[in-house]
Design a protein around this ligand. Structure first.
Ligand SMILES: [Zn+2]
Ligand SMILES: [Zn+2]
Length: 90
């Protein structure tokens, strides 16, 4: 018989972009899908974000400086809302 199986790919929780694994298109477990997408994709809190959607705290436009920053040293979500593109996405 033919059975349906489930595979996993990382997908951005912000913009919906899927990870590009080159020759591989999907993975049989969550961990592999995530680690193979690293460093383009990062797990931030309970979200997974692509490289357009996360950045280091010091790369934030409103980063107040090392002394004033009280947040995490880990990667952060770059924007609350994904910026709209001019053409719009289909
Ligand atoms: Zn994204
Ligand atoms: Zn985004």
């Amino acid at each position: 018989m033919i059975k349906e199986v489930t595979y996993y790919i990382a997908s951005c929780d912000c913009c919906g972009e899927d990870a590009d694994y080159g020759d591989y298109s999907a993975w049989s477990d969550h961990g592999e899908a995530m680690s193979q997408a690293d460093p383009e994709f990062q797990r931030i809190g309970d979200e997974i974000l692509c490289q357009s959607c996360w950045c280091w705290p010091e790369d934030l436009p409103d980063y107040p400086g090392d002394d004033a920053w009280e947040g995490t040293d880990d990667a952060v979500r770059k924007h609350e809302q994904h910026p709209a593109t001019e053409e719009g996405t289909s």
